[in-house]
Design a protein around this ligand. Structure first.
Ligand code: BF8
Ligand code: SF4
Length: 632
């Protein structure tokens, strides 16, 4: 496999070459060995839901049905629904753990405080909880209880949905019959609905999929984001750096990887506290960096540098300079244990549901978070002593990257232009055409695409055409690495209208330069922030969400989570670009409903296009049509 098929990132290229020299197998080697991948699986027409199977459908003839009589449409829709439910389950589980943490923090049972009272008050207001006479612990307790109540049966739908979304969306979803009751019931129901011999109707299965998108956001993304802001603080703009060049030769390098900030925040705290022990071990200190979404969490709040995205996780270890990588859940390649074994790197798992043979497991608990985090950091310092200098090669590539653009931070920055009406300057500039529209680019890397090769040109093209880009997840790391998330990136890449606006906001905020043209809004869970932003814009303009000149994109989607988030984006009424079809092409019905018919129901739809230039054109056309619809 040629290098150009693996990545467009220079640091990655160097480390892939080093892997070859060091005889270390990487994701691309395994990808190659999997070729050709199963055509039935790719089309989504393989079913192994019951033990009569596996059954597979021949899209060109016989067999046209599974042993039970299930058609390709049924099989594809069932498989998709299960995937989306699994994506939703990860976010719901993450959010539930966060609520448990809030509850314990309110009882002062764990070493986490309640940092952001303003956010706590804002959430309490939304939930209709009286604040008067309550300290932050009492109020947190009540908020946590209200959140727990969303996991119990008895309501038409979750409060976190009905009290947080634009009324117009609520009505659309109610009319479609897709309002979820509670997340656990709905996920359970999907498992039931999709087992052998229950639902054979592809349209009914697709409606359940749309419902899962709502479970994903309102019992997962939004709930998790709000709780994490309450406990750790709502992010504010922060400057850091991105790419493997952030690793330091003379420091103990600890990399946090995974998704949940309850672990990584404590690692940050203890890495700072144990700096002197690292110095005593012969290093000049501890260098922390992050991968994937937990990397985004600590980047947004603590300014921790980004080591890279999904496809860089093995490459970080291949530098030979990572002393310890600590992981929790999701997007962690099991191969890390084999890669780490080729170097001195200590790989530490920490979550009861996320163990990897060959890694050391530290049972990280909220109650003993300080002891556990200190232990892990000390393991890194110990490992540093074993580092093999001859194996160390850190690419010099890195770029300035800004993060921390929560909705509150964006509104705060805009308020320097208009304190009474902060959204007015943004909306006025959208109306005037200086800002042509806004696009949320989110999601993963996928070895089917050279790393970052769809993400980067797509973002470049949109920014050049005066589209404000907001990002989360692995896309943020990709665009940080190429300099699109710095003031300099605005000067270099933004169209003139957008640049003028970014300069005005930057100057009003005393940044000494423009805002970056691509705003980092956080981890994948933080996609809820993008939802909040577009809801605020729709409310300001008093129009339904689908009328806005905005779109969503997951150019290199990989994980089931990207599917559940994308489904929510379609529920929100957004054109949702994806770089490849999610194993559905074996069903003409599913493909047509998801890319055409659903637009008549929610206002949104999926649009599949692997070519970033063509995708950018189509998105720009879409924005143009929406602008015309608004008469601007
Ligand atoms: O939740 S973008 S590869 S790291 S799934 Fe995973 Fe995809 Fe990266 Fe974060 Ni999101
Ligand atoms: Fe085959 Fe039907 Fe069983 Fe699926 S549910 S494995 S199609 S018999």
């Amino acid at each position: 496999m040629e290098m150009s098929k693996k990545t467009i990132d220079e640091a990655s290229k160097k480390m892939i070459e080093k892997a070859c020299r060091d005889c270390v197998e990487t994701v691309w080697d395994r990808y190659e060995k999997q070729q050709p991948q199963c055509g039935f699986g790719e089309l989504g027409v393989c079913c192994r839901i019951c033990l009569s199977g596996p059954c597979r459908i021949n899209p060109f003839g016989e067999p046209s049905k599974g042993i039970c009589g299930a058609t390709a449409d049924t099989i594809v829709a069932r498989n998709l629904l299960r995937s989306v439910a699994c994506g939703a389950a990860t976010h719901v589980d993450h959010a539930f753990e966060a609520v448990e943490m809030l509850d314990m923090a309110a009882d002062k049972k764990i070493p986490y405080d309640i940092k952001d009272e303003a956010k706590l008050h804002a959430v309490a207001d939304k939930l209709g909880i009286a604040k008067e006479g309550k300290d932050k612990y009492e109020l947190s307790k009540e908020v946590a209880r209200a959140m727990f109540a969303d996991f119990a049966p008895g309501k038409e739908t979750m409060d976190y949905l009905s009290k947080m979304v634009p009324q117009e969306r609520l009505e659309v979803w109610r009319k479609l019959g897709i309002l979820p009751r509670d997340p656990d019931l709905e996920i359970r129901r999907v498992m039931h609905q999709t087992t052998m011999g229950v639902d054979a109707d592809p349209v009914n299965l697709l409606l359940a999929t749309a419902k899962m998108g709502l479970v994903d956001c309102y019992s997962g993304l939004k709930l998790g984001t709000d709780v994490q802001d309450i406990v750790f603080g709502t992010p504010t703009p922060v400057k850091t750096e991105a790419n493997l060049g952030v690793l330091k030769k003379d420091k103990v390098n600890i990399v946090v990887h995974g998704h949940v900030p309850f672990l990584s925040e404590k690692i940050v705290e203890w890495a700072r506290k144990l700096e002197s022990e690292a110095i005593a071990a012969g290093a000049t200190g501890v260098q922390l960096s992050g991968l994937c979404c937990t990397g985004n969490e600590v980047l947004m709040r603590q300014g921790v540098a980004s080591a890279g995205n999904y496809l860089s996780q093995e490459l970080a270890i291949i530098t030979g300079a990572v002393d310890l990588m600590v992981v929790d859940v999701q997007c962690i390649m099991p191969s890390l244990a084999q890669v780490a074994a080729c170097y001195h790197t200590k790989l530490v798992t920490t979550h009861e549901i996320g163990k990897i043979p060959g890694a050391e497991h530290v049972d990280f608990r909220a109650e003993s978070a300080d002891e556990d985090a200190a232990k892990i950091v000390r393991m890194g310092i110990e490992a540093y002593k074993q580092r093999q200098a001859a194996k160390v090669e850190i690419p010099s590539d890195k770029a300035e990257m800004w993060g921390g653009f929560s909705v509150e931070a964006i509104v705060g920055a805009l308020s320097k232009l208009d304190a009474d009406n902060p959204l007015k300057p943004l909306v006025d500039n959208i109306v005037a055409g200086n800002v042509y529209g806004a696009v949320g680019i989110v999601g993963c890397n996928n070895p089917r695409f050279p790393q970052d090769s769809v993400i980067v040109p797509l973002a470049m093209e949109l920014v050049k055409n005066n589209v404000l880009v907001v990002v989360t997840g692995c896309v943020a790391h990709a665009l940080g690495k190429v300099g699109l998330m710095s003031p300099e990136g605005a000067e270099k890449y933004a169209g003139p209208g957008l640049l003028a606006v970014l300069r005005a906001v930057g100057e009003a905020n005393g940044l000494g330069g423009p805002l970056p043209p691509v705003l980092h809004m956080g981890s994948c869970v933080d996609n809820a922030r993008i939802g909040d932003l577009i809801s605020a814009l729709a409310a300001y303009l008093n129009v339904p969400v689908p009328a806005l000149p905005v779109a969503a994109s997951a150019p290199e989607l990989n994980h089931e989570k990207a599917l559940s988030i994308g489904t929510w984006a379609v529920d929100m009424g957004l054109l949702t670009h994806i770089g490849m079809p999610p194993n559905i092409l074996g069903s003409p019905v599913c493909a047509k409903v998801l890319t055409e018919d659903i637009e008549g129901l929610t206002g949104g739809k999926f649009y599949v296009e692997p070519d970033p230039q063509i995708a950018a054109e189509k998105i720009l056309e879409h924005i143009k049509a929406k602008r015309e619809g608004l008469g601007i």
